[in-house]
Design a protein around this ligand. Structure first.
Ligand code: GLU
Length: 511
């Protein structure tokens, strides 16, 4: 790495909700910046007005905030190299496009959509190996190469729509080093004269991106692999401007793949397999269609960040649970893999479980209280803390607390017929009645005493554990679910336990 100050940018286009792959790109930029005492910049690339989507910019910012990815320079934060939204920098790009023309590396093209179509059809009919606007075809099109200076000036002065195209050199080998992918080599004959500046007065992605990376003194471009094909053009643009010496280093991150490893991870995969591909819930402003988000699905941001960090990278140890701080200290671009990273949704749930189980009972109880309140249930914090203690190992999400513990907050309304059929025997009511008497006389109603009482009871009656514990559970929770029966009994307390046993005896009837 050279000795430049590290300055990296995340440069999303606000064309819709940010895909989790985009968040990973932001995260890797952020980790790299923090590791190297550099700056992390958010630049909004919104020059393609036709793809602009209302709300997408706010969504991007909110997503990064939720993940704890702090921005050093950006549209909200400001900074010395602003503005940070490309539509606010329009004037700058025109000037640079014209500079490229002066340098002889770009040119005006006046071809209409029909003329371009005609060229393509002609090339197709001729079965030409060239299918694009390039060093050969440009000779027969309407541009400042084929037209005289006077004609060109006249067309511009009379407001004829034009674009500015890059003059792709002929038959040149472009060689560039990518930190992750190694040497990338392309012959310019495979590339076309890309449009840099459009007839609507806006730059294309390529021009705006290069100009801004240069002006914002970006030291490393870390972005998704889908941008690799643009790399040779970008390198040529740096050369054409004479900026080669300060050209950033490049690192193209591997794609996120479907769980089966076959192809790019898409929203459709998420829909089909039941997991979100977006950090936050998103409502399409046009169709009203709602897409799930990790936040709303109950993932902790730390878990989400941890999951993303390990898609295509690992610290080289077996350790999987890593805080943002740990990720920062061990992050290294060199260790990012070339191969696509398979996304494993089941593993993602496991990560959330790890973070959930690692939280204090107090914190989890607070989160659970919100859910209980929504259900109109009021319960003491200390009781909820005890409930959470019993069930937190059994769930991946706070939203699953209820299904694991509703019976602590309400008496069984009905009894699961399947469990009744299997567990409720003819002598059960009598056995439970006797057990109830024994429990009734217990002075200290704690786990140890309960265990002893029940053990003695089983021995005395020569019964197996299941013969008593299963129906007992049925009376307490209404089915065959929940944590250990003794834990339930202890937490429900004596009176509630006795009441429920009696209600079971009175109400459970075999069909
Ligand atoms: N605006 C591009 C995007 O949406 C940025 C690509 C880059 O980082 O160069 O991903």
């Amino acid at each position: 790495m050279n000795n430049r100050k590290v300055r990296v940018r995340f440069a999303p286009s606000p064309t819709g909700p940010l895909h989790m792959g985009g968040v990973r790109t932001a995260l890797f930029n952020y980790l790299f910046a923090r590791k190297n005492n550099g700056s992390f910049i958010l630049r909004i690339e919104d020059t393609d007005q036709s793809r602009y989507v209302q709300g997408a910019e706010d969504y991007i910012i909110e997503s990064l905030k939720w993940c704890g990815i702090n921005i050093d320079e950006g549209i909200e934060e400001g900074g010395a190299y602003g503005p940070y939204r490309q539509s606010d920098r329009k004037e700058i790009y025109k000037e640079f496009a014209e500079r490229l023309i002066e340098l002889g590396n770009a040119y005006y093209a006046f071809d209409t959509a029909e003329e371009l179509e005609e060229m393509r059809n002609k090339l197709k009919a001729e079965k030409s190996s060239i299918q694009q606007y390039n060093a050969i075809t440009r000779r027969s099109m309407r541009n400042s190469f084929t037209l005289s200076v006077e004609e060109t000036t006249k067309l511009i002065d009379s407001d004829t729509p034009f674009v500015i195209r890059f003059k792709m050199p002929e038959n040149e080998e472009v060689i560039v080093e990518d930190i992750i992918r190694g040497t990338v080599k392309v012959n310019t004959n495979q590339l076309d004269d890309k449009v840099l500046f459009k007839s609507d007065g806006m730059p294309t992605y390529h021009l705006a991106n290069i100009v801004d990376d240069h002006l914002m003194k970006i030291s490393h471009v870390i972005r998704g692999e889908e941008w690799l094909p643009s790399l040779p053009l970008h390198v040529l643009l740096y050369r054409s401007f004479g900026w080669e010496k300060t050209m950033p280093e490049f690192a193209h991150l591997p794609l996120l793949l479907k769980p089966n490893g076959k192809g790019k991870l898409s929203k459709r995969d998420g829909d089909a397999l039941g997991f979100p591909v977006f950090p936050l819930e998103w409502t399409d402003p046009k169709t009203g269609e709602v897409s799930n988000g990790y936040r709303e699905d109950g993932y902790f941001p730390e878990a989400f960040v941890n999951i993303l960090a390990l898609l295509g990278w690992n610290p080289g140890t077996e350790k999987e649970i890593l805080s943002l701080r740990e990720l920062t200290s061990s992050f290294d671009l060199i260790k990012v893999h070339k191969a696509g990273a398979k996304f494993d949704h089941e593993k993602a749930k496991w990560f959330n479980h790890q973070y959930l189980a690692g939280k204090s009972d107090q914190k989890l109880a607070r989160l659970y209280q919100t859910i209980l309140k929504e259900k109109g249930i009021t319960s003491d914090d200390s009781f909820v803390i005890n409930v959470v203690k019993l069930i937190k190992e059994r769930v991946n999400f706070v939203s699953e607390f209820w299904e694991q513990s509703f019976f602590f907050f309400q008496k069984p309304g009905e009894y699961d017929p399947k469990v009744v059929k299997k567990r409720w025997k003819e002598n059960t009511p009598e056995l439970l009645s006797e057990l109830k008497k024994q429990l009734d006389v217990l002075e200290i109603f704690n786990h140890d005493n309960l265990e002893k009482t029940i053990q003695d009871f089983l021995e005395e009656k020569e019964l197996g554990m299941g013969q008593v514990m299963n129906p007992l559970r049925l009376t307490l929770v209404g089915g065959g679910i929940g944590p250990g029966v003794l834990d339930i009994v202890e937490l429900l307390g004596k009176q509630e336990t006795l009441d429920r046993i009696q209600a079971g005896i009175d109400n459970i009837k075999k069909e």
